[in-house]
Write a protein that binds this ligand. Structure first.
Ligand SMILES: Nc1ncnc2c1ncn2[C@@H]1O[C@H](COP(=O)(O)OP(=O)(O)O)[C@@H](O)[C@H]1O
Ligand SMILES: [Mg+2]
Length: 326
């Protein structure tokens, strides 16, 4: 299951992603956690100290390795230089699975021990101004998008991405890569304005989008969110003393998280799990091709000097079946 947390900076994306990851890990579920937020804080939110977080390998620095592995012997992709962030897999490409070991995880993922089990953590690396452009060749999130486009995941295994709701993810198609997108919103006008923008993009691509209200303190906050986002409001989280204690460097055991917040995490999981029956690999593949052609036309062809439309393998359908026979 691929799950994104998006929202305005400071809304609580990283906090809620990290709590959700802890919740999954506590049940023994396999998890790949990905930090694609502009402010790279997921490692710390998962309990790493500053030094350990700073030592995490950046996916953005390992793009050539990622591309080289995923390309495999796909004859439509002549070289890693012509492989852009949207280049879709085809026959001969290597696919990724949540539970396996592979060279991409070896290079980019590090285990993080949590109560209940370890998760794999991957981070894009710190963003620079150049990463925030609409059509960026070396975009940091491009490494994540490539991995998601080559990932074959089943139920009961999770990829959780902490991500910025920026224009980069809309231009590239990253926002279409998830079974469900949780938009974290504080009960403020700015909090819900990001929701409106996201909803707009989401509508055209059949995105499953739910709002998670954060720092919701009372009935007035709840009424505000209800009025602004209607049925898209899935659940709300209040001010958490558990989170405050973590921020003070005194992380309590995870099972001491407030009961209401534990219930909220449970809802996030059951809601994500329930999307599995609507998963549509055909649409998933079609959308990656759509965004690849769009990026090829707008900058990729010119940048690489190749006709990147030729990378599309018309007979290829990403799915759990393909992975089983690969
Ligand atoms: N439910 C909560 N209870 C207590 N503190 C919270 C809660 N949600 C977020 N915070 C705090 O608010 C700040 C911003 O949250 P963060 O998750 O870093 O936001 P984002 O990733 O969206 O920028 C952090 O200091 C975080 O600890
Ligand atoms: Mg963050």
């Amino acid at each position: 299951m691929k799950i994104a947390f998006v929202g305005k900076g400071g809304s609580g994306k990283t906090t809620l992603s990290s709590l959700f990851i802890r919740h999954l890990a506590a049940t023994g579920a396999p998890v790949v956690a990905v930090d694609a937020d502009i402010n790279q804080h997921l490692g710390c939110a998962l309990g790493l100290d500053e030094a350990a977080a700073a030592a995490l390998p950046a996916m953005g620095d390992r793009l050539p390795l990622i591309k080289d592995y995923l390309r495999g012997d796909n004859p439509r992709i002549a070289s890693t230089e012509t492989m852009i962030k949207t280049t879709p897999p085809g026959e001969g490409s290597r696919l990724l699975r949540v539970r396996e070991d592979n060279p991409v995880y070896d290079a980019c993922a590090r285990p993080v021990e949590l109560d209940g089990g370890a998760v794999r953590l991957m981070v894009t690396g710190a963003f620079t101004d150049a990463d925030l452009g609409v059509a960026c060749y070396h975009s940091k999130t491009g490494a994540v998008e490539l991995c998601l486009n080559h990932l074959v995941d089943g139920p009961d295994e999770y990829v959780v991405v902490d991500m910025t709701a920026g224009s980069d993810s809309f231009a590239s198609g990253m926002f279409t890569r998830f079974d469900i997108t949780y938009l974290v919103a504080e009960p403020t006008r700015r909090g819900v304005s990001v929701y409106r923008q996201y909803k707009e993009y989401a509508r055209d691509y059949d995105i499953t989008l739910k709002v998670v209200g954060n720092k919701v303190l009372g009935q007035d906050d709840l009424d505000f969110l209800r009025a602004e986002v209607g049925d898209d409001l899935l659940v709300t989280v209040g001010q958490s003393d558990w989170v405050r204690a973590l921020e003070k460097g005194r992380p309590p055991r995870f099972d001491l998280l407030e009961e209401a917040n534990r219930d909220a995490l449970h809802t996030l999981r059951t809601t994500a799990d329930a999307t599995y029956e609507h998963r549509d690999w055909e649409r998933y593949t079609r959308q990656m091709v759509h965004f690849h052609l769009k990026n090829a036309r707008s900058w990729g062809n010119e940048r690489t000097g190749a006709d990147l439309a030729a990378q599309v393998d018309p007979g290829f359908l990403l799915s759990e079946r393909v992975a089983a026979t690969a």
